[in-house]
Design a binder for this molecule. Structure first.
Ligand code: SAH
Length: 234
């Protein structure tokens, strides 16, 4: 298996037991979850849709999508986060949610075009070859279907906010969570999408106010941002 960094998986596995603790290292994911969920739902109406959540981790988004009535498969390559996700789904008693330890590329080979919606959040900046993941996401979705990505921009401000601010000053995330060189400019992600047959439909920025400790969706994509893409109809 090529498009995976074992050290990255190990980082997430080591913290997995705290995944659903809203005051833990995963607090940012819990805080942004309602924002991204509503944004995805507003564009792609998730109820009744088949969704694969790529790099689902402990299942924060996957479970929320299932709770909104989608039929969700969460995939990841880190074993412990998947175990936590499965247990949490059992506790929540949410229907139509299952998890698999498989790469996006392998699932795309197994079930091409099987999903109405693909979500891939906060994951591309942890893989060696994000273009390969984008291609796999494009292969997983049906013609006319939606693919959502979120990641972190690469520029001096993003370095200051996402690494210095979040990891060192505010200590929202453990040091070493993110590597600057792996951040992805929107222009680069747009190109990966285009190369994979995905049209960029909407872009959304996400900002954090350290004083109010609140995240918001805003036009400003200079640090955190989301993409909504569609595969051309057949
Ligand atoms: N998408 C989730 C979790 C983000 S954390 C959310 O936003 O709530 C990043 C996740 O990507 C981790 O669970 C990590 O194990 C996973 N990941 C990293 N490299 C991966 C790869 N090559 N294939 C699949 N998942 C990967």
């Amino acid at each position: 298996m090529s498009n995976v960094d074992a050290q990255e998986l190990a980082k997430f596995s080591a913290l997995a037991h705290r995944w659903w603790d809203k005051e833990s290292e995963f607090r940012p994911l819990h805080e942004i979850n309602p924002l991204r969920l509503d944004w995805i739902d507003s564009l792609a109406a998730v109820r009744g849709k088949r969704i694969v959540d790529v790099g689902c981790g402990g299942g924060i988004l996957a479970e929320a999508l299932a709770q909104r009535g989608a039929v969700v498969t969460g995939i990841d390559l880190a074993t412990k986060p998947l175990g936590v996700a499965r247990l949490h789904a059992l506790e929540s008693g949410v229907a139509d949610l299952d998890y698999r330890e498989i790469s996006a590329e392998a699932l795309a080979a197994e079930q091409p075009g099987a999903f109405d919606i693909v979500t891939c959040m906060e994951m591309l900046e942890h893989v060696p070859d994000p273009a390969s993941t984008v291609r796999a996401c494009a292969a997983l979705v049906k013609p006319g279907g939606w693919v959502f990505f979120s990641t972190i921009n690469r520029n001096p401000k993003a370095f200051l906010f996402a690494i210095v601010g979040a990891e060192y000053v505010l200590q929202l995330l453990p040091r070493g969570t993110h590597e600057y060189a792996r951040f992805i400019r929107p222009s680069e992600l747009a190109r990966h999408g285009r190369d994979a047959g995905l049209d960029l439909v909407a872009t959304q920025g996400m900002t954090y106010n350290p004083l109010t400790r609140r995240y918001r969706l805003e036009p400003d994509t200079s640090v955190n941002y989301l993409f909504a893409c569609r595969k051309a109809a057949a």
